[in-house]
Design a protein around this ligand. Structure first.
Ligand code: SF4
Length: 764
């Protein structure tokens, strides 16, 4: 409700990839109220418990407000000039040893500036985001299937589907507002069948008619089991497949993302052994439930939507299972009409916008381009107006390689000497922390030449090892643009000042670039010798690298419009910045028709997607086989990288909780959220707990081959794992579960598997 003296403006929620629309109330220079936007398409006025408290996340007592440089065991306050000078010295001394570690929480302009600085400036591709840890397998799954990244469907599918299948995710806690769209339909009397395929019972399970409890990697067998039944029963969509699809299998002799072509007969043969009974042995899911899925997919009258998130992505066969779920939708023709879609969800507010579209992954360039493609490099160099050859053709280190190199002494081949972390907390989220992060603490002498820079809003598990800490502005303390899970680009303006000397990450990057430009460092000039980030208003350059002038020009708008040029190659067209100012977000491709900028709900589908030619019905216009066809993949089931054995008899799964957003660095500062979920715990099965003589609250030592952790037990709590399985959330920085997790990665996406580590339990 309007309140006197409160000014309201729009912003997306700061937290998850759902991208709820928030109305922000400001009074006296402070955010004083937050409300869900009733007119908003995404959330229709609702927010979840995190969203309602997003304003309070700005006002924790320990906000970082000054640059801090390590001085012995402590830190001393320094000026921004000194801080920028320290980073510039490190880069000047060894530009090739510098790496940037960013985030799906970077706004689009922030990620774009970092990307341009590294690849278009320093000729250095060692830039990778934390999204490598959360959705890289979704990217490779889309690329392997459609030849282009990001979902064809959108959230509207949730309003239209008859069946919603959740593959190893828990949207009731992780994307609660999105999940409520479906629950609302049921409360209005609509029929929608909800199916949860998971490794433990969760709040999502409680709302589902069917729960299919699988063992780790069981999803690979289940997808093959569905395809087996569709072909055996003759219920696949023959016309759709013959018109729009081809078949692929892994090329074992030359492993690559696009595999080798196979015939329909080869595909059918590969699936022969995946009978419901054999799938039951591999997955643990009863044959009857496999038949249920086969029958549902075999029914052309039903509209089926699949959703997934970390369960399928944090998987050493993440690319395979992502491709296979697309495959069962394509094979059964459940694709391309409202309610029929395979859709991956993202965890972070701009994993799609900043990571996938801006291309801040170590092999990527903006707009779906890659550094290994000469034409793509030339196009990018053209847009950036930098000399030919500036962009290196060699992919940089992906996340695990980057941190492994940083934590290896220089004389033993650890060639990354400096990492700048922005908007993320790798000291809590990297897998196998004792290998990939903690060596900086454990081997101080051997790693004394390594230098860690962290920009953040609060002290975190990462800042504890930082050599230089930089205070950042967050959310409505700055302008921003982000992209959510359904290709929706959203914009907001700065509403309040950041505290103390905290500053935008985008400004931090540009200020560093300008310092290097002043020092005549190669790469900071364009073809005409101008500064790489030169920006002009009314023809006059504005010194945006000086904080007092940063907002004299809308840096976000200028960077966004420059970046927008990149968006057309892969039909990810963005509208001009001014359109996003007016709208509550637009889903790309956004094209101008009849004088209006129109968004796209369903891609590749005639009547919705402006790039589908008339009469084609469905057109996969970026097909990797260049014939407008999508690829249906066969991948064999294989066991996880680590399985329980006599020594380590339990399977550990990690994940999130409703009240805390990821590592809790923001939400643990909100008293209401912190009280609601105060600390970490291990979920145990009641029978396992009884066998170990454990009751709620007892402390146990959980050990893996990589580390150990003492933690309280929760039985029959938020989630209920089956026997032989335990679950630990990762939000609690005092209980670092990633000391235990495995760092094995998917061969194509390079994403680690946090869901399947073998552990043992000892009562303390
Ligand atoms: Fe919406 Fe996610 Fe924010 Fe909750 S955390 S309000 S679901 S965007």
């Amino acid at each position: 409700e309007p309140r006197e003296g409160v000014a309201w403006d729009k912003a997306p929620c700061r937290f998850c990839g759902t991208g709820c629309h928030v109305q922000v109330g400001v009074q006296g220079g402070k955010v004083v109220a937050v409300a869900g936007d009733r007119n908003a398409e995404v959330n229709k006025g609702l927010l979840c418990v995190k969203g309602y408290h997003v304003g309070s996340a700005l006002y924790g007592k320990d906000r970082l407000t000054k640059p801090l440089l390590r001085d012995g065991e402590g830190y001393r306050e320094i000026s921004w000039d000194e801080a920028i000078g320290v980073i510039a010295d490190r880069i000047e001394a060894a530009p090739e040893r510098f790496a940037f570690y960013g985030s799906g929480q970077w706004t689009i302009p922030e990620g774009y500036a970092a990307q341009k600085f590294m690849k278009g400036g320093l000729s250095n591709n060692h830039i990778d985001p934390n999204a490598r840890l959360c959705m890289a397998s979704a990217v490779t799954g889309f690329l392997a299937t459609y030849g282009v990244d990001e979902p064809a469907g959108c959230y509207d599918d949730l309003d239209a589907c008859d069946v919603l299948i959740m593959w190893g995710n828990n949207p009731a806690e992780m994307h609660p507002v999105l999940f409520s769209r479906v629950i609302d339909r049921r409360s209005r009397g609509e029929e929608v069948t909800l199916i949860d395929i998971g490794t433990r019972r969760t709040r999502t399970t409680d709302a589902c008619q069917h729960y299919l409890e699988m063992k780790g990697h069981g999803d690979l067998a289940i997808a093959n089991g569905i395809a087996h039944l569709l072909i055996k029963n003759g219920t696949y969509d023959r016309k759709f497949v013959e018109s729009f699809c081809s078949f692929k299998a892994p090329d074992d002799e030359n492993p690559n993302l696009h595999g080798k072509a196979i015939s329909f007969e080869d595909y059918k043969k590969s699936l022969e052994s995946y009978t419901p009974e054999r799938v039951e042995e591999m997955s643990g899911v009863p044959a009857e439930q496999i038949r249920l899925l086969g029958d549902l997919f075999g029914n052309p009258e039903l509209k089926i939507t699949s959703l997934w998130c970390m369960g399928m992505n944090q998987h050493t066969r993440g690319t395979a299972i992502n491709s296979m779920v697309h495959g069962v939708h394509l094979l059964s023709g459940h694709f391309g009409t409202p309610g029929n879609a395979p859709t991956s969800l993202t965890g972070q507010p701009s994993a799609c916008g900043t990571v996938r579209e801006v291309g801040t992954l170590s092999h990527a360039l903006p707009g779906g381009r890659v550094v290994t493609n000469e034409e793509h490099r030339q196009q990018s160099e053209g847009f950036w107006n930098v000399p030919p050859g500036r962009i290196s053709p060699t992919p940089g280190y992906h996340t695990v390689e980057m941190w492994e190199s940083f934590c290896t002494p220089t004389d033993q081949g650890g060639d990354i000497g400096t990492i700048w972390v922005q908007v993320t907390n790798p000291g809590q989220t990297l897998p196998n922390l004792n290998k990939l992060f903690n060596p900086k603490e454990q081997n101080r002498e051997a790693l004394k030449d390594k230098f860690l820079i962290v920009s953040d809003v609060y002290p975190t598990a990462t800042t504890r090892l930082a050599d230089l800490i930089l205070p950042s502005a967050m959310w409505v303390e700055k302008n921003g643009v982000v992209g959510n899970s359904e290709r929706r680009t959203q914009q907001w303006f700065k509403m309040v000042d950041p505290p103390g000397e905290a500053r935008d990450d985008c400004w931090q990057t540009i200020a560093l670039a300008y310092e290097l430009f002043q020092r005549d460092m190669d790469g900071m000039q364009d073809r005409e010798g101008r500064f790489l980030f030169e920006m002009a208003a009314d023809g006059e350059p504005v010194p945006i690298w000086q904080w007092e002038h940063y907002y004299d020009i809308n840096v976000d708008e200028r960077l966004f419009d420059e970046y927008r040029q990149f968006s057309r190659l892969k039909h990810k067209d963005l509208a001009p910045y001014s359109e996003y100012v007016k709208a509550r977000g637009l889903r790309w491709p956004v094209v101008e028709r009849d004088g209006e900028w129109r968004e796209t709900h369903f891609r590749f589908s005639e009547g919705y997607d402006p790039y589908v030619e008339e009469g084609k019905k469905i057109q996969f216009y970026h097909s990797s086989t260049h014939d407008d066809r999508a690829q249906i993949w066969f991948h064999p089931w294989i066991p996880p990288a680590e399985v329980p054995d006599k020594e380590f008899p339990f399977m550990l799964c990690t994940g999130r909780v409703l009240e805390h957003w990821h590592t809790g660095s923001m939400t643990r500062r909100v008293p209401e959220l912190s009280r609601a979920m105060p600390g970490g715990y291990v979920e145990m099965n009641a029978e396992d707990a009884a066998e170990y003589g454990l009751q709620n609250g007892h402390r146990v030592q959980i050990e893996s081959r990589r580390g150990s952790l003492e933690i309280p037990v929760w039985i029959d709590g938020r989630g209920q794992p089956p026997r032989g399985t335990v679950f630990i959330p990762f939000f609690d920085e005092t209980l670092l579960v990633n000391d235990l997790t495995l760092d094995a990665v998917d061969p194509f996406s390079k994403q680690p598997d946090y869901k399947k580590s073998a552990v043992r339990i000892r009562k303390v």
